[in-house]
Design a protein around this ligand. Structure first.
Ligand SMILES: [Zn+2]
Length: 208
């Protein structure tokens, strides 16, 4: 099974994909969909979505077995919200993911030192997946050494892809209209392996 760990396209929702829910489509999307998995969180661009009431709602939704991950959440230097505010809300989500034992799908642009510092300080036990990773080899190595997983999509750095161990390598469509099989095929070609060898996503789903 070729697992798509992060998509924003509802049309891609299947039993091998994790659809990133939008706050405005709750609860009907979650109630109406019969197959597939979900993630939900507060994106650093849209922190106006955040409130303590919604954090409580998120906490209760994470008890739904189909909601596999909290995210996307994280830090972005291009966000309109001050970094300090982003860090406060990200930390609340990290702690909630720990409490509910869910993986984090992390959106990070230009704030990797801050993300790594939070990981070091909070010592989370749950999986941290850096989604849409396009960074260079040195950054990839740093994140992998810290225990993060990397998720690759349509655009990626080939050297980083090659050096990522298969057990820390995830695949996603994100906003891309391409089918997940096409993304796997591109990555497999660049990495010199078979699509089916990149099975960290499938193993993760099977382990839950
Ligand atoms: Zn995304």
């Amino acid at each position: 099974m070729l697992v798509d760990i992060h998509t924003h396209r509802l049309s891609k929702l299947k039993n091998n994909s994790i659809y990133n829910l939008k706050w405005e489509e709750l609860p009907h999307t979650l109630q109406s969909e019969k197959e597939g998995y979900f993630s939900l969180g507060f994106h650093p661009w849209q922190l106006n979505d955040f409130s303590e009431t919604k954090l409580e709602l998120l906490s209760s939704l994470l008890s739904d077995k189909r909601v596999l991950a909290l995210g996307e959440c994280g830090l972005d230097k291009n966000s309109n919200y001050p970094l300090h505010e982003q860090e406060v809300i990200f930390e609340k989500q990290i702690l909630l993911a720990e409490e509910k034992q869910k993986a984090l799908i992390i959106h990070c642009v230009g704030c990797f030192n801050e993300v790594l510092a939070m990981k070091k300080r909070l010592r989370p036990s749950q999986k941290w997946i850096i989604h849409g990773f396009r960074g260079k080899a040195q950054l990839a190595e740093q994140l992998l050494r810290a225990g993060c997983s990397l998720s690759f999509g349509e655009k990626f750095n080939e050297t980083s892809l090659r050096l990522t161990p298969l057990e820390q390598l995830f695949v996603e469509t994100d906003e891309s209209p391409l089918p997940i099989e096409a993304i796997y095929a591109r990555l497999a070609e660049a990495r010199g392996c078979k699509s089916s060898e990149m099975n960290a996503g499938a193993q993760w789903l099977n382990s839950l």
